[in-house]
Design a protein around this ligand. Sequence first.
Ligand SMILES: CC(=O)N[C@H]1[C@@H](OP(=O)(O)O)O[C@H](CO)[C@@H](O)[C@@H]1O
Ligand SMILES: [Mg+2]
Length: 530
Amino acid sequence: MSSTKDFVIAASSAYPKADQTFQYGTAGFRMKADLLPSVVFRVGLLAALRSRFKGGQYVGVMITASHNPPADNGVKLVDPMGEMLESSWEAYGTKLANAASDEEVYEYYSQLEKDFNLKPDVQAQVVVGCDTRESSPALVDALVAAVNAVGVKPSDYGIVTTPQLHYFVRCLNTQGTDHAYGEPSPEGYFQKLSTAYNQLMAGKSNSPVTVDCANGVGGPQLRLLTKYLNDSVSVVITNDDTQTFSKLNSQCGADYVKTNQRLPPSTTAQPLARYASLDGDADRIVYYYTDSSNVFHLLDGDKIATLAASFIVDLVRASGITDFKLGVVQTAYANGNSTKYIEKLGLPVVCTPTGVKHLHHAALAYDCGVYFEANGHGTVLFSTEALRRISVHEPNTPAEKTALTSLQAVTELINQTVGDALSDLLLVEVILAYKAWSPDQWDSCYTDLPNKLEKAEVADRNKYKTTDAERKLTEPEGLQDQIDALVGKYRSARSFVRPSGTENVVRVYAEAATKGEAEELAQKVKALLK
Ligand SMILES: CC(=O)N[C@H]1[C@@H](OP(=O)(O)O)O[C@H](CO)[C@@H](O)[C@@H]1O
Ligand SMILES: [Mg+2]
């Protein structure tokens, strides 16, 4: 009779490893899709181990390369409550992915079984989802082959957004408990979001919003979602061709708009109308508009964070709830003026290293933690205790009752597992309708400092070491002093350099009083890296 060992080795041999070193980074493994089959196979084994380690709870596997080009793909694990994989396990993923032979793959797998004392009677449960890329179905097959080899039948959600998969995982693991998150199905997801949205928007309306879906999975999913929404806002969907694979993230999408700070070329913007762009797996969203002089204005993750934070603080106060701690979490890429604005609102604001897991973790310290990366990836977390207080709070006046009902709906509208472009879209639409704000009114809360993000190819990005939430370099020695000297020459300037966690590059960020100065500073700092 064949053993697990035989099964794993035989199955693994169908997915030979490319001659390459792999690393589980900020977004899992991400690279050219043709290098990935062996990696995904091995991630499947890791997912099964992780599930057993978690007592047989469901663990998710998402196959996507988000905003990256069509030829790329990637894979990452989702932990039981819908969070990113716990950091300490990333190294096991890296080691499995780099095992030199099929035998070594099995040896390391069984080593982890022993190290974590995983009992054979705890059955693993794995769910998988993927984005719309041409390479995705074959990678799902590799994942299924791995999980099957260790005797597990995974559930395949097919083509879904990354945040949907996070939502499903949390729903599956909380079913039947007092903190059940929802129905673990696309239908359940749409129901949950739309019920909250329709309640919040009852009697309200706003002008149409146009959503560029990056020709990715957000398009079809948003189309489905809109069927559940009342007609308070008409959602116009663009760039939703998922059949022409080469169009994914090409000249459109959140990353294009944020990086280039311009409209997708396919968009002819009506002045003061609202536009939004999602990224390829719909976990990021940015808004933008053109003013009456046709000048483009970006409303990025920082603007969404400040909008959400001020709205929620107002609702909490208006509900009569006191001693409620709301904080905002940002990264070094947050615009300096957004940070000042949050401080002026009297709210605590903290800075963490790049990568959602860091922000998410820091946001858990508050009753309500609002976290966003400037590029539009973020969400709002309510602590269990905060949710309990909101649910038992007794309003003293009809006005308090109204605010409290809205606050409760907001907690349902937000996908609290991870940043979710569709949920964030609905949240922004609700807030703008409540405030009766046009995009320029929203924009006028504070003025972004002009900024520039550059990337530099370097021989070895691992030579760059940072401290202070990545805002300062400790290595290579002396480089930070040179950066500081340059920054000192510009007005309202700030600049930092950090190694990317997802690409083999070093990123350079600069902001200054004028666009010209920000761009010049970025170029000069970049030149230091040569
Ligand atoms: C400047 C920037 O946008 N960095 C992105 C990018 O990380 P890097 O470590 O900078 O490559 O990809 C991450 C994963 O998607 C995302 O969390 C992060 O915000
Ligand atoms: Mg993404």
